[in-house]
Write a protein that binds this ligand. Sequence first.
Ligand SMILES: [Zn+2]
Length: 447
Amino acid sequence: MLTKPSKSDPDRPYTIYASTVFNSRSLAFDKDVSIRIDPKIGCIISVASTPPNLGLVQAPDFDLRGYTILPGFVDSHAHVLVHAFSETPAIYQEKDESLTERILRAGNNAKAGLKAGFTTYRDLGTEGAFNADIGIRDAISRGIIPGPRLFVATEALASTGGYEIRQENKIGGTFVPRLSDPCDGVDGVKSAVRRRIGSGADVIKFYAEYRRRTLRFPQPTWTGSIPIKYPPYSTGKMNDNLNNPLNPPSTLFDQDEMNAIVIEAKRAKAPVAAHASSPEAVIMASNAGVTSIEHGAMPFDESLEAMKKNDTIFVPTLCVADLELGSDKENLKKVLAHTKKAHDMGIRLATGGDTGESPHGENVRELELFLEAGIPLEHTLRAATLGGWEACGGDWCGYRFGWVGEGWQADLVVLEGDPREDKGALRRVDMVIKDGNVVVDRGRIVE
Ligand SMILES: [Zn+2]
């Protein structure tokens, strides 16, 4: 059924004839649409109604009637340099895997994301691989390796002692890679933002809070290490998965520092993503004017009220809750209900699975969790397309993607089936077009 573009002239504009196209602005599934694409500039050059009873389609055009076409998906919270924690826990990836292995794995991760229909990743930190995301981004942009378009954070910002590999033996200054660019005080955080921007970061990520007291009651981490015998708070209701009192999250920056991070990033026209879960951290970061709150899992209404007031994008990373809460279905339900409430209040949402922690290629799981939370399909798809573009900074990012419209990037996902009838269709990616080029065909990467 598919007619491929002519290989002899890959730069020639072509037309896609489609029976169903998701419109991420009107939230309608538009019928009978023709999309004209110029692969030379990577953009859609026109979108028009297609007359029914279309004649024989000529190469290099595509007859994709019978499929569902969506704008390319955006994973708004991914880590291309991290692979599934179920394979290797974070600390060993950061501490023990060679940088070479991590970068080679990133190439595989990028391919897996692309095959799942994700044409853009907002990549929020290398987790100990310094600025390696910059080179990966550029290798993809230059066409050296296939992958989603990356918007990268390089190293996240955290205050001293806030986000780092903790180990009990530091005798002799045992060296481990740093997990963040540590910075303190208004002047210090401004310098850090300038370092990130100067290194080539697209987006600034900072830890508004973190569970930084691991070494107060250290957990056994090596063969033969002994657990604390009588840890406090270990009985009954005091030990809640959403707020572990042994090592609770606490804010890493004061309000002036958070404000300074946002002011400095905005001067460079870079969006800001803040890691925050407790209401205290969510409210401080949201009031500072960040673009998005990442995680925000603690289900408190005052967090939602702050995001609503400040028009902050919420990236709830439901995959993290799904993985980390495991069999604790009661708390998972609370987290899903919190996201649904955010949707009902009109808070802008974007889907990001914290992919890396969960496997690349399974990115669509975040959309499935949005649906499980009760967010309607059309709004979930908006969060996975246009919502992602907004999280990348909108026009600040230099591209327009996440909507099938004239002048927008020609990023398309072609699904076998219709997700309105069968949610499983979201996983049946037949073809992916990125920047007007077919990058996945019949579920396989086009090398
Ligand atoms: Zn993350």
